[in-house]
Design a binder for this molecule. Structure first.
Ligand code: PLP
Length: 578
């Protein structure tokens, strides 16, 4: 994007409960955080006036161990902000349950290809002035109960808005809410406007002024995935005045604070994260104009070194302008095969080093790594072990690499990890299955780039987008996936990969999906991989050219600029004269 296009843009403050910047900064748990990090990296590359806001989480999400029985064990995942971030001077104050809580911030800089800097502010309440409990509010990502969560969301929303004001960054600015967790920022803006005008009750114009400054991205296609807080808790944490303000502005559902609803209510632009997710969200929230901007991944971050070298040689413009990945159609097949063989070697070396398990470089390697939670069905591949063994025996050998953390309170997710371990045992001697502990961004990069086939088996329509398959595509790794989320758009059968279940409109049918999964492996993918390697390389190349060139955050953020940020009416500071 050209400087002229971006110069007149308002600043964008991008608020997210989690942001994944590097594997050393433990402030993310999964796709939402990684997307936030990729968005800010793309903003730095494009020279956009953007900044990120999140919480510091000194103890991270958690460090995963899995015992011999396949049971997940959670340990604190401390890191040292002092080594990686710069503390800032201004302190701000928020009111929680009627008492003042001091908040400070740490700064991290994301630097783009031309040196443009996008700052990220990490809010921190671990200060001696605060009560021992308030000090813990920025310790754990997704830890604690509903009360802890609501207090954290107050720190993010109210603390974030106050910090930007203290830094003098609150002029000509958009507030972009990445999912509902940060939606209390809208109430902070409304409160500030009322304080400045000296008015008690908000007018329609006040609400509209806040709306004009806010953009909301929803990521969750299931109602249960949206944060909700009961009236008593809301009144206890936010206080009478804010609770009344919410009721006056109609932003509660049955007197409950629903963070998604709050975001929708106060956003001038709303989007879901794929075409399919847009359809689902529009059905879930009738009356709100929801648009689609499909997610992406930051191409230079998720491209493995052998493919970086290949692209640098063949399409040197690719970093500057990811659309050039389309020109991968001109890269000879054998060069793609070589780069892939090298990426696979790097993965298998790391697997051997950390687990002691040696996998074979010639065997078709299936990868599956992501948050372990029910709807992702991480064990679907193991639904019929006899059939899987039979396929490997008669058509060609298979090996599998797994990774993924279950939320500490998600017993269903933990059971799934255990069932992967049970399958590993049952398949021993037939199909090697490796589970790598503590799946993180570093493993994410290795696994998505080093396997031969990326497997994705969510329950439709619960995968809003999914981004791991996009990382795989950038590295010439095709997907075998349920037609949900981004794959509805990215799938071209036998060209970019394969669908599990061919009819994306049909009612989800697990037995049919399992049969389709095995059929595709047995009749299409394994015969091609072992019998027609040139055809397989053609699929690898098309995955890069068709999907790598589109499903990246450079294209995604350009769409945010065009649709959400750029054609906005001129923004005045939310200041009214008394
Ligand atoms: C990319 C990534 C994800 C996203 O997973 P999806 O289920 O494909 O959206 C989650 N966790 C980590 C560590 C990642 O790198």
């Amino acid at each position: 994007m050209h400087r002229e296009l971006t110069q007149e843009l308002p600043r964008v403050a991008y608020f997210s409960m989690e942001i994944g910047l590097t594997p050393e900064i433990h402030t993310y748990s999964g796709g939402l955080g990684v997307l936030a990090g990729d968005t800010l990296r793309a903003a730095a590359d494009l020279g956009l006036p953007m900044m990120g806001l999140t919480l510091l989480y000194r103890e991270g999400y958690f460090r995963q161990e899995v015992n011999a029985a396949g049971r997940q064990i959670e340990n604190p995942d401390r890191w040292t902000p002092e080594d990686l971030l710069t503390p800032l001077n201004p302190r701000v104050q928020i009111i929680l349950e009627g008492r003042p809580v001091q908040v400070r911030a740490w700064r991290y800089e994301v630097t783009g290809i031309d040196g443009h800097v996008v700052p990220v502010y990490f809010l921190d309440t671990d200060l001696p002035e605060n009560t021992p409990w308030d000090r813990t509010l920025t310790h754990n990502l997704y830890g604690g109960d509903n009360h802890y969560r609501l207090c954290q969301e107050m720190v993010l929303g109210f603390g974030g808005v106050a910090l930007l004001e203290a830094l003098g960054q609150d002029h000509n600015i958009f507030y972009h809410m990445n999912e509902g967790h940060s939606a209390l920022l809208t109430l902070a803006l409304l409160t500030r406007r009322l304080e400045e005008s000296g008015r008690e009750r908000p007018t329609g114009e006040d609400v509209e002024a806040v709306r004009q400054q806010c953009v909301f991205t929803t990521h969750t296609p299931v109602p249960a995935g949206h944060d909700q807080f009961p009236p008593e808790l809301v009144e206890q944490v936010l206080g009478r005045r804010l609770t009344d303000l919410m009721l006056l502005t109609d932003c509660c559902l049955d007197r409950h604070l629903n963070m998604t609803f709050l975001g929708l209510r106060f956003a001038r632009y709303i989007n879901g994260v794929s075409m399919r997710h847009d359809e689902i969200s529009t059905g879930m929230f009738p009356g709100y104009p929801i648009n689609a901007i499909t997610n992406g991944v930051h191409a230079p971050t998720w491209t493995a070194p052998p493919f970086q070298d290949l692209y640098n040689r063949r399409i040197p413009e690719w970093r500057q302008d990811n659309f050039y990945l389309r020109y991968a159609v001109g890269i000879p097949h054998h060069e793609i095969e070589q780069a892939h063989a090298e990426a696979k070697r790097l993965l298998l070396q790391e697997v051997a080093r950390t687990t002691g398990e040696r996998l074979d470089e010639r065997t078709l390697t299936i990868g599956f790594a992501r948050r372990a939670t029910r709807y992702k069905r991480i064990d679907l591949l193991f639904s019929n072990l006899e059939r899987l063994k039979q396929i490997a025996k008669t058509v060609g050998p298979i090996q599998v690499i797994y990774g993924g953390k279950a939320h500490p309170r998600d017993e269903g997710g933990k059971d799934m990890i255990q069932s992967v371990f049970a399958a590993k045992k049952a398949l021993a001697g037939h199909i090697p299955v490796v589970f790598v502990e503590n799946y993180d961004m570093a493993w994410g990069k290795l696994i998505t780039s080093g396997v031969d086939l990326w497997l994705n088996t969510p329950q439709r329509p619960q995968e809003a987008s999914g981004t791991s398959g996009m990382k795989a595509a950038l590295n010439g790794v095709p997907s075998l996936s349920i037609l949900d989320g981004w794959w509805v758009e990215g799938h071209v059968e036998n060209v970019t990969g394969w669908a599990i279940g061919d009819d994306k409109e049909a009612v989800a049918d697990e037995a049919g999906e399992i049969a389709s999964l095995y059929d595709k492996l047995e009749r299409v993918i394994l015969p091609m991989f072992y019998g027609r390697p040139r055809a397989f390389a053609e699929v690898q190349r098309a995955a890069i050219a068709l999907n790598g060139s589109f499903f990246n955050t450079q294209r995604m953020l350009s769409q945010y600029v065009i649709n959400a940020y750029r054609f906005a009416p001129r923004l005045e500071r939310l200041k009214t004269s008394r």
